[in-house]
Structures are given as structure tokens and as C-alpha cells.
Design a protein around this ligand. Structure first.
Ligand code: HSE
Length: 326
């Protein structure tokens, strides 16, 4: 059976989830794809961390060029997080003819044109399904089966950590700090959870959605953004008395040719479908002029849901390389 070799940059929560997804479904994936997919090398400093996967010490390297310039490696998965050195590594991998998969929303939102442009120039595939909505295949839906539509609006809950915190505060009376530390322990939060609770992670994701939905580049710093750090238990109780939940909502729409966008805590009536989206789940509404309204729902954070999206991207690349358009 043909073998495809993959290099992994970063084995934190999501890197471990991607590795685990491939490990637990290896035979199933091989039978579906008609090829073996192997993560052969892993760039990671923390080789001692206990991970619930079978990884041998000689798979680890501390030298990025062992992966980025290895002619045997077909696909590079970047899961380091942050803008640099992640972006430089992805560009170098592309320059060396490697296909790239990432879930790094900060890097994509900051340098969308450069990353997509370099992939086009070097004729390699660049996929980033795991960057928005964790395991929800929203980017695939927007860029393939829904492409016949003109989109008019996209909105939703795009951060698992903050949705988990707001849910735990509202439903279990958990203090904010406790809920945040639980979200970190479950592997939902960013390395620096400030990005989650201040709304920057959602702004990155909304920036990516705006690129794909409206074909417009809006830098995340230009998206009016408010997180959840000012939300108190009293606010949540007052919202409940008024028949609403507080949710961190990202929204973008085009009206009369003008784009409007924001990230902010919003009162959602109990009767609204978004009010039922709890814990680390995300939901994304899209409006298209042919399809009407659609809602996508699933786990928006966590090692395995995001790992599912990452390995799904790898599989799509392998199938394309094999000329398998079924
Ligand atoms: N920290 C992110 C979240 C991870 O909580 O949604 C998934 O992008």
C-alpha cells in the first residue's frame, strides 16, 4: 500500500488529539483512502510530557528543518499555535513543495493572503478546517457544497472555552476562575487563555470566516471585540430572570454593500437555538441567497474534535494526491 509521510509541528493538546485520531482509526482510514498515513517526525521540545498515544522518542526532533526540508515528507501539520515561528515554518514547508494543514487561527487570520498566495504559487494544498469551529466542518461546507450561494450573513458561537465558562457559571453557579481552570484542564483553552476570554480567538475565527464568506480581508485587530471578562454572576442571573442567556457572539453581515462585524457578549432569549449551545459546543449560522438559513453545531474545542478536523484535511490531501475525486 502506498505510504504518505507526515511531519507534525507541535504536540500539545491538539497535536496529541490529531495523532490519537490517526492512531485509533489507522486501519479504517487506510481502507477508506487506499494508503497508509504515518506521522513520522514531530517537532516538540516537551518530549517528557505524558501523552495517551504510542509515540517513540526517536520520532521527536528539535530541529524544524528535519521536517521542513525532508524530501520524504509529503504533508506538514502545523499545530504550534501563535503567529511566529508557525507562519515562517508553514511558508518554508510550502516553498519546499509540502502540503500544509493547520488549525492555527491566529496565524491564518494575521497572514491569510500570504499563506494562501504562497500555497497557490508553489502549487501545494493548504487546508485549515480545524481553525474555526473545532470538529465542525464549516470551512469545507462554505467552500464546497455551498459555493453556489451568495452569502449575506454569518454568526455564531465560535469559542469553546468562553462558552464553557458562561455555561458553568449559569447552570452550576461555578465561579469564573474555577470554570476557566476546568476549561484549561480539558484542553479547550489557548496556551494563554487571555486570547479566549478577551475575544481575540473569536476575532481570529471571524476574520477567517469573513475571508471565505465575503471574500474580504478584515484583520482581527480591526474587528470590534469584547470578551467575557466583565461578565459577572449578577449579569448572568439578571439575564436569566429576563428569559435570556449571555453568549459570546461573533457576527458579520453585508447590507447594502457594506460589511458589518463584531464580537461581543449578547443576550440570547431562551427560545433561540443558540441558547441551547452549551459548554465547549459551537454553533454557526450561515445565510445564503439560494439555500436560506443553515446552522452547524458540534464540539468547537478539544483535542479529539479538532484532531478529527486536522486529520480530515490530511485525508483530503492524500485523496487529491492519489487523484481520487470520488
Ligand atoms: N481555545 C479555543 C476555544 C480552541 O476554546 O474555542 C478551539 O479553537
Amino acid at each position: 500500500m502506498k505510504k504518505f509521510k507526515v511531519g507534525l509541528l507541535g504536540m500539545g493538546n491538539v497535536g496529541t488529539g490529531a495523532y490519537k485520531t490517526l492512531e485509533m482509526n489507522r486501519e479504517l482510514i487506510a481502507s477508506r483512502v487506499g494508503a497508509d498515513i504515518d506521522i513520522t517526525k514531530i517537532l516538540e521540545l516537551d518530549v517528557k510530557r505524558k501523552r495517551d498515544v504510542n509515540v517513540s522518542p526517536d520520532q521527536f526532533t528539535q530541529n524544524p528543518d528535519d521536517i521542513l526540508t525532508d524530501p520524504e515528507i509529503d504533508i506538514v501539520i502545523e499545530l504550534l499555535g501563535g503567529i511566529e515561528p508557525a507562519t515562517g515554518f508553514m511558508l518554508k514547508a510550502m516553498e519546499n513543495g509540502k502540503h500544509v494543514v493547520t488549525a492555527n487561527k491566529a496565524a491564518i487570520a494575521a497572514d491569510f493572503d500570504k499563506l494562501v498566495g504562497t500555497a497557490e504559487k508553489r502549487r501545494v494544498m493548504f487546508r485549515f478546517e480545524g481553525s474555526v469551529g473545532g470538529g465542525i466542518p464549516i470551512l469545507n461546507a462554505l467552500t464546497k457544497p455551498l459555493l453556489a450561494n451568495e452569502y449575506t450573513e454569518v454568526l455564531g458561537i465560535l469559542n469553546g472555552t468562553t462558552n464553557y465558562i458562561l455555561t458553568q457559571m449559569a447552570e452550576n453557579g461555578s465561579p469564573y476562575a474555577q470554570a476557566l481552570s476546568d476549561a484549561q484542564a480539558k484542553g479547550f483553552a489557548e496556551a494563554d487563555p487571555t486570547a479566549d476570554v478577551e475575544g481575540h480567538d473569536v476575532a481570529n475565527k471571524l476574520s477567517i470566516l469573513i475571508s471565505l464568506v465575503f471574500g474580504a480581508r478584515v484583520h482581527p485587530n480591526d474587528i470590534p471585540t469584547e470578551g467575557i471578562t466583565k461578565i459577572s454572576m449578577a449579569d448572568i442571573e439578571a439575564a436569566a430572570k429576563a428569559g435570556s442567556k449571555i453568549k459570546l457572539i461573533a457576527a458579520a453581515k453585508r447590507e447594502n454593500g457594506a460589511l458589518e462585524y463584531s464580537v461581543k457578549p449578547t443576550l440570547i432569549p431562551f427560545s433561540h437555538p443558540l441558547a441551547g449551545v452549551s459548554n465547549e459546543f459551537n454553533a454557526i449560522f450561515v445565510k445564503g441567497n439560494a439555500v436560506g438559513e443553515l446552522m452547524f453545531y458540534g464540539r468547537g474545542a478539544g483535542p479529539l474534535p479538532t484532531g478529527s478536523a486536522v486529520i480530515g484535511d490530511v485525508i483530503e490531501i492524500v485523496r487529491a494526491l492519489r487523484g481520487d475525486g470520488r
